[in-house]
Structure formats: structure tokens, C-alpha cells
Design a protein around this ligand. Structure first.
Ligand SMILES: CCCCCCCCCCCCCCCCCCCCCCCCCC(=O)SCCNC(=O)CCNC(=O)[C@H](O)C(C)(C)COP(=O)(O)OP(=O)(O)OC[C@H]1O[C@@H](n2cnc3c(N)ncnc32)[C@H](O)[C@@H]1OP(=O)(O)O
Ligand SMILES: NC(=O)C1=CN([C@@H]2O[C@H](COP(=O)(O)OP(=O)(O)OC[C@H]3O[C@@H](n4cnc5c(N)ncnc54)[C@H](OP(=O)(O)O)[C@@H]3O)[C@@H](O)[C@H]2O)C=CC1
Length: 523
């Protein structure tokens, strides 16, 4: 029997961010491995016109939860959605709900965050710092609390190249930042943002670093641990390979590549692509919850959930495998044939952006206009390039994360726990993982049926023919223009034509000669 699974039986667990990518997989695994847990409280806000109940219903009825319903048929009764907005004071939780949370919770998993790279500093501080501070305050009033697990990111200190499992100080105290957000107006905040974030690329990584300092400073006597995942990707094994439900990290770029929008991207091909499957992060997180509650380490332990130092894969290998997979299993209605490459300097990046991104978009929009439709490709391309510009930092740098605590934890697990809560990335086969990831993007994000593959292949063939036709026409037009304007081009043209003519005449004459000789010999 798994010790970890047994530990969570009968526990009341509070999860923030349970409707997010990581939160859903965390909830699924907890229910599947510990079906006798008492309750999972989730802090949810109404969104996109859906009530809390509708959101929970949608999650429970998704493919991700199919296996859970087999092992835990009363899962609906064990999820307790609590209306909450982490941007509000006391999270806008009702008194009764707050009372229940405070008196019953045993374990807290704090996953909620804004992961947008372009978030306004005020918004990012509110969710990634102030809400963390408030949640810790709440946790300190929970008499039954055994562990508080905070999900951060391995990139919170991406301004360093070697990152240890420690909390690094921030030049400006988080409390001062929180206070200043209350009285500074938006324009001033925008002005000081570059100075505050310093050599970090965005407000996300900066506020996640502040969030960690808050955890360290405000945890008091709580048993606290921090998990720092790198770039979280689709599931590796559980509940099934390739599950993914948002565009973050590489998922959006896999779509853009497979649909033929993305043809080049500035990257350091040999830099480590530090991807980590979401189920690996979740297994580690659950194990950390158990270890923190049972072993009560004296200090706050940080756990890196990264792959680079134990089982590295670089962007080049990843890109090749993405391309190989979309060739084998193409996406439907591609804009162009998938054929992307890495560029390594600004000049070639600009060149390929012009030739491979903007030019086809402009031509396609022209075609849409001609056929009476609304042009949209240039807009879409510009948004894609904006997104890429925000991700570029992460594919052009390399980091080294030490994983001593994570390895220590792995060695503390029983063989059964190592199997059920496997977070040993050394066992990951990258080629297989990426293939399943691309397939998962097709099935679960694009909602494309595998039965449509022959049609998608047919469409790619058509695109290839259009491509050849277009290139030939372009060549002929340019050549015709050159011939009309330049004597040299005319001379070259006549030289080539007369050379071809002579070659064909010689070939004809020699084959006629051979035929005649053959006739003479037989006759
Ligand atoms: C020789 C052979 C070689 C072969 C070579 C082959 C080469 C080719 C192979 C290629 C594959 C392999 C390489 C993979 C590289 C992966 C790099 C990953 C780095 C990730 C690092 C993460 C590190 C930190 C991890 C963490 O710790 S945190 C988690 C990470 N956090 C995020 O990833 C949030 C990012 N996103 C945003 O920050 C917002 O999205 C925002 C962008 C501001 C837009 O924002 P906005 O424009 O306001 O609006 P949206 O609604 O958001 O989106 C607006 C529009 O963009 C679309 N779109 C949103 N996203 C993405 C996305 N990703 N990718 C693409 N599109 C996206 C959305 O579909 C919408 O399209 P539309 O509907 O307009 O058509
Ligand atoms: N994805 C990645 O690549 C990585 C993620 N991480 C960390 O993992 C954690 C989870 O990330 P991930 O699941 O990918 O992110 P998602 O964006 O998928 O999920 C974010 C979650 O936070 C919730 N949330 C946001 N704002 C509020 C609010 N005001 N009130 C209540 N809930 C709110 C969202 O709720 P709603 O559904 O209502 O929007 C959602 O459930 C984050 O802490 C992130 O920093 C770390 C490294 C990499």
C-alpha cells in the first residue's frame, strides 16, 4: 500500500487554482490515488458566464476525470467549490465558508497565479504576492493544518544562471511593493516596472520571486514547502499520455508549427529545453505535501521540478521531433506545410519573419479581400510574433537547477510510492513524450479527430502543389521582368536556352544512332 496515498485518506485539502492546468491534474491524481480523502475545497470564481457549479461539472465530465469516476464514484460529493476571488480582500469568501475552511483544512496547495508575461505589475503583485500573503494569514488560523505547499516557478530567479534550492532575497522588500501598489497610480507603476524587475524578463517571474520571499517571511510556525517547476508540458503517463488544455509554454507554438503559421523562431538550438510533464510536477507536489506534514523539516524546503540536469533535451531535438510528428500526424486545415527552422541572430530572424511570416500573410489577406472576405491573417501573424517575442527569452538562455532536495525526497519514498508517485525524470523518453505531446495537442486542444488524418494529408499535398506552382510563377515573372530590363539577363537566358537545345539535339541524335545500329545488327 502506498504510504502517501494512505496519508491523504480522510484529509481535507484546500487547492487554489484548481481550475487551471496544474490544479486539475493535481485534483485528479489525489482523487484517483486516495479515493477516501474527506474533501477537496477549491477556491473558484465564476468565469465566462459559468457559475461555480457549472465549472466544476465541466471539469468532472472531462476526459481527464474519466478514470477518477471509476475509482471514486462519489467524487462529485467530495469536491466542495467555494466562491472566491483571490484579488479581493479575504478573497470575498463568505463567513460560513471561511469558518469551514479554517476549522477543517489539513493541507493547502497554493497553485493560483497569473502566469501571463505581460500582466500589469499591479495585477501580478495582487495575485502572485498579496494573495499568497493573505492565504498564509488564513493558514495560520487553521488549527488542523499539517502542510502548506506553495507552487512557484523554476524561473523566479531566471536572472541567475545557476539556481539552488534556496530563496534568494529581492532588492525591494515584498511588503514595500505591496504597500506601494495601493497608492501609486497605474502610469507611475508602468514607469517604475522596468527598474523593479531589473534583469528579469517580465512581471511574472519577478512577482513569483517576491511570492517566495513572502512565503519565507510570513510562514511563522507553519510547515511550508515550495515546489518550483520549469516549463510545464502535457502529461507523460497519467491519467493518459499527452493531455493538455491550454496554450501556455510550448503548446501554442506546437499548434503554430503544425498549422504552418510558424516557420522560423529565434532560439539557441543547443540550449536545454527544460520541459517537465505536468503529472511529474503533480506527483512531486503530492509527495512534498506528505513529506512536509509527516517529517516536518525545520526550514522551508524548496524542490526543483526540472529535467535539464538529470535528463536533458535541447530545443533542436525537440523542434525536430515536433516536425517529424506533425508530418506523420498532420493537423487539419493547415495554412502552409509545416516546415520551421531556428534562426540565431536578429538579422536572419527579421529576414525570415518578412519572407515566411508577413509576406504569406499579406498575400493570403489579399486573396481574402479578392474573394470578398475579411482579411485576418496579418493580424493573427502579428499576435503570434508578439507571443513569440515574449517567449524568446526562455529559448535563448540556459539554466542549471540543482535538484538535491527533489532527489533526497525520491530516495525517502518506498518502492511502491516511487511507482505510484513517480517524479524521476530520468525515466522519461523525450522522443516518445514529444510525439504524445503533439498528438495530445491535436486531440485535446484542437479537438481534431484522428479519422481526419487522410484528409489533412491530402490538404498538405494540395498546399505543396500550390507552393510549387507559386514558386514557378514567381520565378517566371521575375525572370521575364529581368529579361525585359537587362541585356546581361537576356544573354544568360539565350545561353541557357541554346545550351538546353543543343543538349536535347545531341541526346536525340545519339539515341537515333543507337536505334539504327540496333536495326542493322538484327536485320
Ligand atoms: C533544423 C530543425 C530544427 C527544427 C526547428 C523547429 C522549430 C519549431 C518547433 C516549435 C516547437 C518547439 C519549440 C517550443 C518553444 C517553447 C517555448 C516555451 C517557452 C515558455 C517559457 C515559460 C517559462 C515560464 C514557465 C512558467 O513559470 S509560467 C507558464 C508559462 N506562461 C505562459 O506561457 C504564458 C504566456 N502567454 C502570455 O503571457 C499571453 O498569452 C501573451 C503571450 C502575452 C498574449 O496575450 P494576449 O495577446 O493578450 O492574448 P491571449 O488571449 O493570451 O493570446 C493571444 C493569442 O496568442 C495565442 N497564444 C497564447 N499563448 C500562446 C503560446 N504560448 N504560443 C502560441 N500562441 C499563443 C492565443 O491563442 C491567441 O491567439 P488568437 O486567439 O489571437 O489567434
Ligand atoms: N504552466 C507552466 O508552465 C508553469 C506553471 N507554474 C506555476 O504553476 C501554478 C499553476 O499554473 P497553471 O496551472 O499553469 O496556470 P493556469 O493559468 O492554468 O491556472 C491558474 C489558476 O489560477 C486561478 N486564478 C487566477 N486568478 C484568480 C483569481 N483572481 N481568483 C481565483 N483564482 C484565480 C485560475 O482560475 P480561473 O480558471 O478562474 O482563471 C486558475 O485556476 C502557478 O503558480 C504557476 O506560476 C510554474 C512553472 C511553469
Amino acid at each position: 500500500m502506498s504510504m502517501i496515498a494512505a496519508f491523504y485518506s480522510n484529509k481535507s485539502i484546500l487547492i487554489t487554482g484548481a481550475t487551471g492546468f496544474l490544479g486539475k491534474v493535481l485534483m485528479e491524481k489525489l482523487f484517483r490515488t486516495s479515493p477516501h480523502l474527506k474533501v477537496i475545497y477549491i477556491l473558484v470564481r465564476p468565469k465566462s458566464g459559468q457559475t461555480l457549479q457549472e465549472r466544476v461539472f465541466q471539469i468532472l465530465n472531462s476526459k481527464l476525470f474519466e478514470r477518477v469516476k471509476e475509482v471514486c464514484p462519489n467524487v462529485h460529493e467530495k469536491i466542495r467549490p467555494i466562491s472566491a476571488d483571490l484579488n479581493q480582500r479575504d478573497f470575498a469568501i463568505s463567513k460560513e465558508d471561511m469558518q469551514e475552511l479554517l476549522s477543517c483544512t489539513n493541507i493547502v496547495f497554493h497553485c493560483a497565479a497569473t502566469v501571463r508575461f505581460d500582466a500589469h505589475l499591479r495585477e501580478a503583485v495582487q495575485l502572485n504576492v498579496t494573495a499568497t500573503q493573505q492565504l498564509l494569514l488564513m493558514a495560520s488560523e487553521m488549527p488542523k493544518l499539517e502542510a502548506f505547499i506553495h507552487i512557484s516557478t523554476a524561473f523566479s530567479n531566471c536572472n541567475l544562471s545557476h539556481i539552488d534550492e534556496v530563496i534568494y532575497p529581492c532588492p525591494v522588500e515584498p511588503r514595500k511593493i505591496i504597500d506601494s501598489m495601493e497608492w501609486l497610480d497605474d502610469s507611475i507603476i508602468e514607469e517604475i516596472t522596468p527598474k523593479l524587475i531589473g534583469d528579469r524578463p517580465n512581471t511574472y517571474t519577478y512577482t513569483k520571486a517576491l511570492g517566495e520571499v513572502v512565503v519565507q517571511q510570513e510562514s511563522g510556525n507553519l510547515n511550508v514547502a515550495i515546489v518550483r517547476p520549469s516549463i510545464v508540458g502535457a502529461t507523460w503517463q497519467e491519467p493518459f499520455p499527452g493531455w493538455v488544455d491550454n496554450l501556455n509554454g510550448p503548446s501554442g507554438l506546437i499548434i503554430a508549427t503544425g498549422k504552418g503559421f510558424l516557420r522560423s523562431i529565434k532560439a539557441t538550438p543547443m540550449a536545454v529545453a527544460d520541459l517537465i510533464p505536468v503529472d511529474t510536477v503533480v506527483n512531486l507536489t503530492i509527495a512534498v505535501g506528505w513529506y512536509t506534514a509527516v517529517h516536518r523539516p525545520k526550514s522551508t524546503l524548496i524542490y526543483h521540478s526540472t529535467s535539464g540536469n538529470l535528463n536533458p533535451c535541447n530545443w533542436y531535438e525537440m523542434g525536430l521531433q515536433v516536425l517529424a510528428t506533425v508530418e506523420k500526424i498532420p493537423f487539419e486545415s493547415a495554412f502552409r506545410r509545416p516546415n520551421a527552422d531556428f534562426t540565431t541572430n536578429n538579422f536572419t530572424t527579421q529576414y525570415w519573419n518578412t519572407v515566411s511570416h508577413w509576406a504569406p500573410a499579406i498575400i493570403y489577406d489579399f486573396y481574402l479581400r479578392l474573394t470578398g472576405r475579411k482579411p485576418r491573417m496579418l493580424k493573427l501573424m502579428n499576435r503570434l510574433l508578439k507571443t513569440i517575442s515574449m517567449l524568446e527569452y526562455f529559448i535563448n538562455h540556459s539554466w542549471e537547477w540543482s535538484t538535491n532536495n527533489t532527489e533526497m525526497l525520491l530516495s525517502e519514498l518506498s518502492p511502491e510510492d516511487q511507482r505510484v508517485f513517480n517524479f524521476d525524470v530520468r525515466q522519461l523518453n523525450w522522443l516518445e513524450y514529444i510525439e504524445n505531446y503533439v498528438l495530445g495537442v491535436k486531440k485535446y486542444l484542437l479537438k481534431e479527430d484522428l479519422a481526419g488524418i487522410p484528409k489533412a494529408k491530402q490538404h498538405l499535398k494540395r498546399l505543396r502543389n500550390i507552393h510549387y506552382l507559386f514558386n514557378t510563377a514567381l520565378f517566371l515573372i521575375i525572370w521575364r521582368l529581368l529579361i525585359a530590363r537587362s541585356q546581361m539577363a537576356r544573354n544568360i537566358w539565350f545561353f541557357i536556352v541554346s545550351f538546353c537545345y543543343k543538349f536535347i539535339s545531341y541526346f536525340r541524335a545519339s539515341s537515333t544512332l543507337k536505334r539504327r545500329r540496333g536495326c542493322l545488327q538484327h536485320g
